[in-house]
Design a protein around this ligand. Sequence first.
Ligand code: S3P
Length: 437
Amino acid sequence: MQTAFDLSVSTTSPLTGDICLPGDKSLSHRAALFAALAEGTSTIDRFLVSGVTRAMLNVLTACGVEWHLEGARLTVCGKGLRGFTPPTEPLCCGNSATTIRMLAGALAASGTPCVLDGSTGLRKRPMNRITDPLREMGVPVTSPNGCAPLTLAARAADVPLRAMDYTLPVASAQVKSCLILAALAADGVTTLHEPGPSRDHTERMLSAMGADIRTNKPHAIRVAPLTRPLAPLNLELPGDISSAAFLLVAAALVPGSSVRIRDVGLNPTRTGILDVLGQMGADIRIENRHDILGEPVGDIRLTAAPLKAVSVSGDTVVRMIDEFPILAVAACFAYGVTDVRDAEELRYKETDRISVMCSELKKLGVRVEERRDGFSIHGGTLAGGACDAHGDHRLAMSLALAGLASPARVTVHHAEVLNESFPDFVPQLRTLGASVH
Ligand code: S3P
């Protein structure tokens, strides 16, 4: 249980500085899990140490995987695709949907009997999007009402899963990754079609480890069964663009600010927020572009400029799926009405992010209109006051940042949930000069 705290933020002088963030959350999850599935010892530097990645590491321990964490260096002794030990207790994935969904695929591939479970919040999130296709592949998985806990029965070592041609009902990297992992143990080539460009870190990382995964047509991923062990990893992860987004918007909200965030992952399936902030008028430049194991990386420099409203829909939604809480706060200080459409998937995140974000912003005086697939925000209407994080790390950080430019201070109750993904949030903001209590 974490110690509860509130965050209270008020206006500040310009934010300036040059900072480096902890490793990317999506890449940290994948690096830990894929290293466990490899044969040999992996070393992963700049691993994100946070609530959700701890959940992944704890589950790996329960499956017999040995790892060691020293600062932000994670060392993992790989067990191979079929090397997991059957856990004796249900596996607790905490609040982490990435952990439960990717592990379901990995444990299906390994044939390990287990029960995958998580927090009350995680138990509310839809799992039929993975259990339906896993069953089609022959995975003996059951779940009550399409939600966790998920029970996987044992599968004989000499029985492969069934390869399939499958169209994902939603553009989801978690679902895609789950099925890619299961497909590594199938009896032929599996092809996955996705309706939009969800993050492709799994494809890139597993390919770099020796798996035969190709994206021939846009959004059609062809996965061949594994014929030789995955090679161990040896890399330093890039910083998390989703965490960078909070600090970039913080700087964009305070006139006169200028910040540089070094070594951030710039995978094009994640950079929608940079495109949108640019359209809103923020001056964003990318410097020092380079590559880490097939992932584009660079420094992001942002100089504040007056923001104007924007419309976001279609594939851009998928390319910034985690950034809508912080976009909503940027919209509160932009000139005009910002519109978000085609984003119903936000209702299935840590909270129903459309409904909860709209109701919390209303508490701060903002004029918002909620729709099934998005919302509209009238810039210039935020007054300040108190609101609640509702157990959602991204809501906690986004709402707090509203205080940087609001007429009155903003206080966010139950803000400790930010430790799930960005424990350095407050120290990093202070480094840039923000006043946060
Ligand atoms: C993630 C994928 C996204 C994202 C989540 C992390 C991942 O979810 O919201 O924070 O690491 O694959 P969906 O793939 O379900 O959209």
